[in-house]
Design a protein around this ligand. Structure first.
Ligand SMILES: NC(=O)c1ccc[n+]([C@@H]2O[C@H](COP(=O)([O-])OP(=O)(O)OC[C@H]3O[C@@H](n4cnc5c(N)ncnc54)[C@H](OP(=O)(O)O)[C@@H]3O)[C@@H](O)[C@H]2O)c1
Length: 277
C-alpha cells in the first residue's frame, strides 16, 4: 500500500470540496436549501432545482452571497424538465461531481381514505424520479468521475424507510415505502455504477425543521424529542457534515450505504423506565 503524505490526513484536505459541482433537487427550501448553503460556503458550484419559479428565485437571492449558484424551475417527475436540467448542468459545468436527489413529497391519511393519486405522487417523486434523474445525469457524472475521486450520487432517504413512524398521528404508507425502496435502490445503483467510478449512498434523516415537518413540529415537538435518545431534533450543520463526508475524499470508499442521522431514533423504540432516575 502506498504511504499517504501527511497532507492527505489533514482534515482540510480530506474533507475539501473545492472546485466540485453539484445539482440539488428540491434545493429551494428545507434540507435542500441547507445543503446548498453548506456546499456553496465550501467552494462548490451549485445548481438548485424545484418546481416553483418563485421559490427558486427566493432561494437564489439567499444563496448568491455564498458562491456561484443558479436555480432552475423543474419538476423531477417530468422527463422534459429532467432534460432541461441535464442541459443546464452541461451548459454551466460541463460535468457533474455531486448529484443530490433530495426533492420529496409526503401524504398522510388513514388507510380507508388513502387515495391512489396520493400514493402514486409520493412514489413518483421519492423513488421513480430519483432513478430517472440519476440515469439521465450519467454521462455528466461519468465525465467528472475518476478512480481517485469518484462522482457522487447522494439520495435523501428517511429514518421512516427504516422504522414505521409514530409521531405523525396519521399513517404515511407511501412515504415510508418509497424511502425504504429508495434505500435499496441506492444499494442496487451503487453496485452497478462502481465500474464507472460513481458512488451512490443515501442519508436517512430523522426530524429536521422544514416545510414538510412544519405541522409535526408545531403540534408534536415534545413527542419527537421523547422518541429520540438524544432528546432533540437535527441541526442544519449535522446535515451539511454528512454531505461533506460523502462528497469529499474522506467518503470516496463509502459506497452503497444508508446513513441515519436521527440521534438514534430509528433504532430506539419505546420507553425505558430504568433510565428515568
Ligand atoms: N425535514 C425532515 O425532517 C426530513 C426527514 C427525513 C427525510 N427528509 C427528506 O428530505 C427531503 C427534503 O425535504 P424537506 O423536509 O426539506 O421538505 P421541504 O422543505 O418541503 O422541501 C422539499 C423540496 O422539494 C421540492 N420538490 C417537491 N416536489 C418536487 C418535484 N416533483 N420536482 C422538483 N422539486 C420538488 C420542493 O419545492 P417545490 O415545491 O418548488 O417543488 C422543495 O424545495 C425529502 O426527500 C424528505 O423526504 C426530510
Amino acid at each position: 500500500m502506498d504511504q499517504p503524505s501527511t497532507e492527505a490526513f489533514a482534515i482540510e484536505n480530506l474533507f475539501s470540496l473545492k472546485g466540485k459541482t453539484a445539482l440539488i433537487t428540491g434545493g429551494s427550501s428545507g434540507l435542500g436549501l441547507i445543503m446548498a448553503k453548506g456546499l456553496l460556503q465550501n467552494g462548490v458550484r451549485v445548481i438548485i432545482a424545484s418546481r416553483k419559479q418563485k421559490k427558486c428565485d427566493m432561494a437564489l437571492s439567499e444563496l448568491e452571497q455564498f458562491g456561484e449558484c443558479s436555480a432552475l424551475a423543474a419538476n423531477v417527475t417530468k422527463a422534459e424538465d429532467r432534460g432541461r436540467l441535464v442541459k443546464a448542468v452541461a451548459d454551466n459545468f460541463g460535468s457533474l461531481s455531486i448529484l443530490i436527489n433530495n426533492a420529496g413529497a409526503i401524504w398522510g391519511s388513514k388507510l380507508e381514505d388513502y387515495p391512489d393519486s396520493g400514493f402514486a405522487k409520493v412514489i413518483d417523486t421519492n423513488l421513480n424520479a430519483v432513478f430517472a434523474l440519476t440515469r439521465d445525469m450519467l454521462p455528466l457524472l461519468e465525465k467528472a468521475a475518476s478512480a481517485a475521486d469518484p462522482a457522487r450520487v447522494i439520495n435523501i432517504g428517511s429514518m421512516d424507510g427504516i422504522h414505521v413512524p409514530v409521531v405523525q398521528r396519521l399513517p404515511t404508507f407511501a412515504y415510508s415505502a418509497s424511502k425504504a425502496a429508495l434505500h435499496h435502490l441506492t444499494r442496487c445503483l451503487a453496485v452497478d455504477l462502481a465500474s464507472k467510478n460513481i458512488t451512490v449512498n443515501a442519508i436517512a434523516p430523522g426530524f429536521f425543521e422544514s416545510r414538510m415537518t412544519d405541522y409535526v413540529f408545531e403540534h408534536f415537538k415534545q413527542d419527537i424529542e421523547d422518541d429520540c435518545p438524544l432528546h432533540r431534533v437535527g441541526q442544519p450543520q449535522e446535515m451539511v457534515g454528512i454531505v461533506a463526508y460523502l462528497a469529499s475524499r474522506a467518503g470516496a470508499y463509502t459506497n452503497g450505504t444508508v446513513i441515519p442521522i436521527d440521534g438514534g431514533t430509528s433504532i430506539s423504540k419505546g420507553h425505558r423506565p430504568w433510565m428515568d432516575q
